[in-house]
Write a protein that binds this ligand. Structure first.
Ligand SMILES: [Zn+2]
Length: 418
């Protein structure tokens, strides 16, 4: 009879995998760029497919581009334990966001196999397709497809050039007609665990090694279009103007003010466009795109109302019209309290400094949480930097995360209910 040993993740293999993946990037951009639908993204997902097979998994790419590898457990009737993340990046992003979760999942499988720790449950490793927001305003495409949350409406979204998302997928070799085939049965899933970098400064400031995510922040995105009157900037007195630019500017500041009212509130205007965009013309049309975030559902609702009121006041006091539209957003997603307790117990037992926290960034885990018991483990990010070339997590911190993930998988496997 074989001896059952402890699974031991190996730093060198984790580092090598992160290194290899970091070479599959678009060199014409700064940092590490592997945006969904690009040729580098396709190459990255095929790399993931090969690495899954190398680790002994039965692996394939599904109808929407998710890479999925399965290690069959002893009990075919038990649901699967899923773990993984994404390999796509934002333009000019870092080499850890998403990658750590996939590479960590691969190493967990290797460590478990080497220790002869076959699970009762199937263990499924996943590289979710298109996690980062794309030009069509959609994120978490792969997890949405798996959970039945990718609809015809999403496929009909268009980018700036008028291209439909369905056509962009088809051009990358993904057949949107096969969408339903990507959908999973929730009764066949036991739990989803995602290892990820924090992408913020909290853990480093606290000296935490493993962050246990309790809630993933909700996001309310909007577009506000102000219509005023074009006038000569030198001749039109201030009190007679209908300046759409000033109404937009007031709304930008309202976003900052409202978000600043709550500790976990976040508010950002990512895009401002003035028309006619000339220094000596009063702005006729101003368009802003922005978002509010918070892990607290009630506060997010309050902030939406407050912002709408503020934008309305900024417009009305200047005789400017306002066309305000809420874009697809996400409600705050709570992680499974039972899984969270399991994670805390495992991580504490391993001796890692840990704390519970919320995630300010969106993740596939937020989509999966509506589908099956879900938990996230964070490892620290240097100076909180992320979505930039400076994004960094020390090798030892990544390994601690992989270790915690591996042991959590084995604990979930043997715990009666999640
Ligand atoms: Zn990510």
């Amino acid at each position: 009879m074989k001896t059952v040993r402890d699974p031991v993740p190996l730093q060198e293999r984790v580092d090598d995998d992160l290194d290899e993946l970091s070479k599959i990037v678009d060199d014409s951009q700064p940092g590490w760029t592997r945006t969904a639908l690009s040729e580098q993204d396709t190459a990255g997902r095929h790399w993931a497919l090969r690495r899954m097979r190398d680790a002994g998994l039965e692996a394939h790419i599904d109808a929407v581009g998710n890479v999925i590898g399965r290690w069959a457990g002893r009990d075919p009737a038990a649901g699967a334990i899923i773990t993984g993340s994404h390999t796509d990046t934002v333009p000019g992003g870092g080499r850890f966001d998403g990658n750590v979760g996939l590479v960590g999942a691969l190493e967990a499988v290797r460590a478990l196999r080497e220790a002869d720790r076959r699970l009762d449950h199937d263990l499924v490793v996943i590289d979710f397709f298109g996690e980062e927001p794309n030009d069509f305003g959609l994120s978490c495409v792969g997890s949405r497809a798996i959970t039945g949350d990718l609809t015809g409406e999403h496929l009909a979204l268009t980018d700036d050039t008028g291209t439909r998302y369905a056509d962009a997928l088809a051009a990358a070799g993904i057949d949107p007609a096969g969408l339903d085939k990507a959908r999973w049965d929730p009764s066949r899933v036991r739990a989803f665990l995602e290892l990820h970098i924090e992408q913020g400064p909290v853990m480093e400031q606290q000296g935490t090694q493993i962050g246990l995510v309790s809630t993933i922040t909700g996001t309310a995105r909007f577009r506000a279009l102000f219509h005023g009157r074009r006038d000569h900037s030198g001749t039109m007195p201030m009190h007679l103007r209908q300046d759409a630019g000033c109404a937009a500017a007031g709304t930008v500041l309202a976003v900052e003010r409202i978000a600043g009212e709550q500790e976990h509130g976040r508010g950002t205007i990512g895009s401002v466009t003035f028309t006619p965009d000339a220094v000596n013309v009063v702005t006729e049309r101003a368009e802003i795109f922005g978002e509010l975030r918070s892990p607290e559902r009630d506060w997010l609702q309050y902030a939406r109302t407050a912002l709408l009121e503020a934008a309305g006041t900024e417009a009305a006091t200047r005789g400017v019209t306002l066309d305000f539209e809420w874009l697809p957003g996400k409600a705050p997603a709570a992680m499974s309290p039972t899984l969270l307790d399991i994670c805390a117990d495992v991580v504490g037992g391993l001796g890692y400094r840990h704390s519970r926290m919320y995630s300010g960034a969106e993740h596939d885990a937020a989509v999966m949480a509506a589908f099956c018991p879900t938990a996230m483990l964070f490892v620290p990010s240097h100076a909180g930097r992320s979505h930039c070339p400076e994004e960094w997590t020390d090798s030892a911190d990544v390994l601690a995360g992989v270790h915690a993930l591996t042991e959590t998988i084995t604990r979930v496997d043997t715990t009666p209910a999640c």
